[in-house]
Every structure is written in C-alpha cells, then in structure tokens.
Design a protein around this ligand. Sequence first.
Ligand code: 5AD
Ligand code: ZN
Length: 432
Amino acid sequence: MTEPDIFGKTVPILIRNVTLNNKPAEIYLDGTGNISAVAEKITDHDAEFIIDGNGATALPGMVNMHTHSPMGLLRGYSDDMPLFEWLSTKIWPTEAHLTENDIYWGAKLACLEMIRTGTTTFNDMYFMMDNVARAVDEAGIRACLSYCMIDGGDHAKFESECSVMEKTVAALKARNNPRIMPGVSPHAIYTVSEEGLRWCAEFSRTENIPLHIHVDETDENPDCIKAHGMRVVPWLDHCGVLSERCIAAHCCWLDADDIALFAQRNVTAVHNPVSNMKLTVGRALPYPEMKAAGVNVALGTDGASSNNDLDMFAEMKTAAILQKFFWNDPTVMPADEALAVASRNGAKALGLNAGIIAPGYLADIILVGRNPANVPAFNTTSNAVYATSGLAVDTTICNGAVLMHEGIIPGAEEILKKSEEVAFDLVRRATA
Ligand SMILES: C[C@H]1O[C@@H](n2cnc3c(N)ncnc32)[C@H](O)[C@@H]1O
Ligand SMILES: [Zn+2]
C-alpha cells in the first residue's frame, strides 16, 4: 500500500530492489534533490521513506525537448491533414480563443500525462506561460518554458511581442523555483521577421537562457532561398540564432553543410518522429549524419494535437525504428543511444545535471515495474526502448520528490475532469 505522505516532498528516500543497467541496485536520495548514493546495498542512510521496487527497472526520467503542453486540449480535435492547412485552418483559429484558465488546465493535463508516462522534464513553447508555470509548480515536474513569438513581419506586432517576451521571462524568474527555467521562442523562420529572430537571439544571449525554435520541419529551404538568398540554417546563423543555447525542433531537411554549422555552433537538434510521420513532413531528421558530425540530438513529442500523446517511451521506440527504416540501416540508433537521446542529451541542452542515475546527479528517476513486456530481462535498456509503454511506469520522482507511486498521482481525477470541460468549452467558443 502507498503511504499517502510519500508524495511531493524532497526528503531522504531509499529505493530498494531495482535493476539498474542490468544489475541489482539500491539508490539513495538524501533529501537535497540529488542522488547521493548508488550501490548494490546501502545500509548507511536516514531514509524517511523506503520504496521497494520489487524488481522494477530504474531509468533516468525522460526529457521531452519539444512540446506545446496546453495543446492536449486539442488532442483528437483535428487530425490527418498537412502541416500548414492544419495550423492555419484548425489550430491557429482555435488558439485565438484560448484563455489563461484554458492554458492552465491544458498544462495541468500535460503534466499529469508526462508524470504518468515517466517524463520528469519538458521544454515547452506556447502562450501565457505563467499559467503553465503555475501548473508545473503544482505538479512538481521540471520545465523550461518559453513564450512563442509570432510577429508575421509586422513591426508593431514585433514590438508588442518583445514586451510580452520580457514580461514572461521576468515573471518566470520571479517565481524563484529551481524546477522552472525561462527560455525564448521565436516560432519559426516563416512566422518571425529578421528583427524578431535577431532580438530573440540577443535576448537569449544577455539572459543566458535557451532559445527554442522550429527549424526545417517541412522543407523551408526553397522559400528561404527566394526571400533571403540562402538556406534556412545559414539564415538563422546570419540572424545570430545559432549557439549552444539554441534548441532546434524537427530539423528534418538539414543538408551536410547545415549539419556542419550546427556542430560548429553546438546547436541541439530535437527529433520529433511521431509528429513528423503523422504530418508527413517528407524526411526524417538525418540522425546518422548528425551523430557523425557530433551534433547533440534530443527527443520530443511535439504537442498532443499532432502526436497525439506525450509518451516518451512510444517516442523512443518510434525514433529508433524510424531512423533504421528511413536510412535503411538496422544498426542506426541502437537502444542505448535512443535512451540517451530521450534523457541525458536533452538534460545537457538545458544545462541540467540529469539524465544519468549516479551520485551528484539530480534525483529525476522513474521505475518501470515488472510486467509482461519486460520479461525476460536480458537487457533492460532494450526492453525500455523497444517493449515498454509509458503506462508501464509506476513510480516517477522529480527533484527528489515522489510525484507518482504505484501508478497513483494525487489529484489526477480532478485534472481529467476539469481539462475535459475546458477543452469542450474552448472548441464550443471557437466554432460558435
Ligand atoms: C507554439 C505555436 O506552435 C504551433 N505548433 C504546434 N505544432 C506545430 C508544428 N508541428 N509546427 C509548427 N508549429 C506548431 C502551436 O499551434 C502554437 O501556435
Ligand atoms: Zn512544435
């Protein structure tokens, strides 16, 4: 039985009887939010709670590096369309009706789904982000939150967007919550002007915070060459966007020169295989070439209206099998790389000491209980990547606090009920 007091507190916790990297292990969290010991047996401890894994597999919490958390409200609202038609006829007209309350409940639903499926950190791009921050704060998860700038080449809009961006970053910083990091997000080159891109790049540099942008999801190069005389990646570089703070989602259409520039500037590329296949963007992120060039590649689900879930286990498996299939080579992205792409590579891009279960790392840990899809345990990483659904996660710990145990997340029912009501009401208003 779950002790009700176990939830939400960063206190000393001993995790017993788990398998870590195919070996029996115990893990001690000393109540600071960090992992303080990993050993076969830990006897010297002051644990307030002991979690018996009953043979569960311990994994680092998943790091979802590209999503739009409130978009869960539009899950299943509009499917089976091409990207631009989907955005311009269905998504953007509905988003025009979003209220702060909608954003809050949409983000609550996303946090619930992520905790349920083993994600402990997400990198989010959306609007009215202080409402997302409130949801993140309450849920106990970790996130980098960015306001999405869209100026459409209009100078007056550019100025008002900059002001919203500054206010958002200031509000997120004022929360003083170590789990909440601010970022900046120019949406994409086709929605943000040169002055917008330049301003975001400079703001990200002076604030020293991540810059999160959509890059080459569909082939943006022909239009970019027509408008600016160069491909998308050199254009972004020309605008000052490419740096070690840059987190570029999708990156399906990068060529060898683009990849070399990403490597030189230390940009992180985020693979979004499910969304890319569903929207049929035409090409898979060139992972083999990126790996050879030393580009940091992370993983994301994209929003739950193009995925349609936030399960990073499904995403890991899809990434690994899409990469093999698209590049016609079964040795591409083996299981241990898929797990790194889904956890520590994202953590690294956000400057977090996470994604690895070892002393000194953040206590962001998940447990996958024994279930029919992880027996036999010849290789727990293989089982995690190729056989496990996120719903098989039964314990999620973030910053040393238990957010889910034995599949239980306090308050889950209310979130399901409220977010369902809010979603139907949003669509009713938007289609009235
Ligand atoms: C943050 C902004 O990005 C939009 N958005 C959601 N999914 C995608 C996608 N696959 N490509 C581009 N933009 C997207 C959201 O609908 C919102 O307008
Ligand atoms: Zn996106």
